[in-house]
Design a protein around this ligand. Sequence first.
Ligand code: NAP
Length: 264
Amino acid sequence: MGFFKDKVIWITGASSGIGEALALELAKGEARLIISARREDELKRVAALTKLPDLDLMILPFDLNDTSKATALTANIINKFGRIDILVNNGGMSQRSEMEKTSIEIDRELMEVNYFSAVNLTRAVLPYMKRQKSGNIIVISSVAGKFGFYLRSGYSAAKHALHGFFDSFRLETEKDGIKTLIVCPGKINTNISLNAVTDKGKHGKMDVSHANAMSAGECANIILKAIQNNQEEILIGGKELTAVKIKRFFPKWFGKIIRKQSPF
Ligand SMILES: NC(=O)c1ccc[n+]([C@@H]2O[C@H](COP(=O)([O-])OP(=O)(O)OC[C@H]3O[C@@H](n4cnc5c(N)ncnc54)[C@H](OP(=O)(O)O)[C@@H]3O)[C@@H](O)[C@H]2O)c1
């Protein structure tokens, strides 16, 4: 994994799931990491697992629901590492609630955590990447960014928004040496369903479709290969990915099959 050696990489949502797996894989590749999420104790646990020396690791906890301090957070990173090579906008929160029962406050939170945080953090790192004339922006979307689904109206809207924004961003910034990869996982075995928001709080259950899905480690390795191969967009997962192709080529058939799928 020489490609990532000494690269300064900021991963959000690094306290669990795909973000944690990315941190562990990148640490094996001798990257220098900034790991973020809300739960500092969980970030410390991940930091210990990376076995990286303090010189090569920074724990930077914050809430993606408020990225108004994105510029100051980025300045902290620059103070310590002097540069930033890769930003992985991974942190996110899913949903298991019907639109009608979901408050506008929850819709706004889903948008803030899953969409605006990525926009704001990317804005904050952009001047440094432009100065370096290089950088990678990684955006973790979802197959929910490709089609809407039961109980995921706000989540799916936020993930769709990422595609419009970052497809445009890629075109505007590639002249500055900045590469943008949008990752669309299908089902990955993480705590995403347990942490999904409902109209009353948290879903708190591991959905069967996630329990039997691809591991976070396998997903992380596919993402890292896609970065090295300069890919612009990838789908990761199992048979659930077929729905993306069916929607594209056979939209009427897609309409029939999607109605038969379980939301869990
Ligand atoms: N797993 C899947 O099947 C799947 C499918 C498609 C897309 N994705 C996407 O993959 C990304 C990672 O999710 P995951 O599957 O690894 O789920 P996960 O295990 O629940 O991890 C989510 C991460 O996001 C962080 N996070 C959530 N809300 C946050 C907030 N308000 N502020 C800061 N950090 C926050 C969590 O940390 P704290 O709780 O410590 O803050 C945690 O580190 C998400 O963007 C998700 O939408 C996952």
